[in-house]
Design a protein around this ligand. Structure first.
Ligand code: DX5
Ligand code: ZN
Length: 225
């Protein structure tokens, strides 16, 4: 069995002490820092952009897993790479230039460390839509809520997509990790692992209770059993 990884989503962190929150989830045993970028257009919410990714990069010892929920991400790919993204995941619904975008991320010469291309889709989007791109990505993110907000309920119907991806990967369609995002908590995490996920994103389930690494560590451990 591959190692099970947890990506705390800073959307649910205390933004007034973001650097400390990142240090806490790092000490707590998180594996990736999930960063939700929203433009108020692709999704009905606004969050953060390149300057924040750039400023948290030196604080974060963990890879930055950047989830772009923006229209026409091709406008900002270079800047997100420059800001220090280690994974850069794009929505299939957000661009008509998906192949160009993924190749641009893969072949970037902007920084010396790699940026891993990722692809994702809304719950209502057919998994077949991402099939042509699987050989170009290192990560496939299955959205188990409608993108835009933390704290929503998990949509277990999306687990079928995870099972399909596992099958496609076994058939040799790509060498990607499978990540799931939205409504992941102690009750839903086992369903995600059973379906074949490699990485679980969790916002509210990790950043709940007192703001200490000890508490966040307990929250993360509940997702790993
Ligand atoms: C939603 C975001 C998620 C969000 C998950 O659009 O992509 O990453 O932070 O939050 P929870 O884990 O609270 O559902
Ligand atoms: Zn996300």
């Amino acid at each position: 069995m591959n190692k099970r990884l947890i990506a705390p989503s800073i959307l649910s962190a205390d933004f007034s002490e973001l650097g400390l929150e990142i240090e806490r989830v790092t000490a707590a045993g998180g594996h990736l820092i999930h960063v939700d970028v929203m433009d108020g257009n692709f999704v009905p919410n606004l969050t953060l952009g390149m300057p924040i990714v750039k400023s948290i990069k030196p604080k974060a010892k963990l890879p930055l897993d950047v989830h772009l929920m923006i229209e026409k991400p091709e406008r900002y790919i270079e800047e997100f790479i420059k800001a220090g993204s280690d994974y850069l995941t794009l929505h299939v619904e957000s661009t008509t230039e998906m192949e160009v975008c993924l190749l641009k991320i893969r072949n970037q010469k902007i920084k010396s460390t790699p940026t891993h291309p990722g692809i994702t889709l809304r719950p209502g989007t057919d998994i077949e839509k991402i099939k042509p791109y699987l050989h170009l990505v290192d990560l496939v993110l299955v959205m188990s809520v409608e993108p835009g907000f933390g704290g929503q309920s998990f949509r277990s119907d999306q687990l079928e997509k995870v099972r399909t991806l596992v099958q496609w990967r076994n058939e040799g369609l790509g060498k990607f990790q499978i990540e799931i995002d939205g409504g992941v908590n102690a009750e839903t995490a086992p369903l995600c692992w059973d379906a074949g996920c490699d990485i679980l994103v969790a916002g509210s389930a990790v950043f709940s209770g007192v703001k200490t690494s000890e508490n966040y560590s307990l929250n993360i451990k509940k997702l790993l059993v």
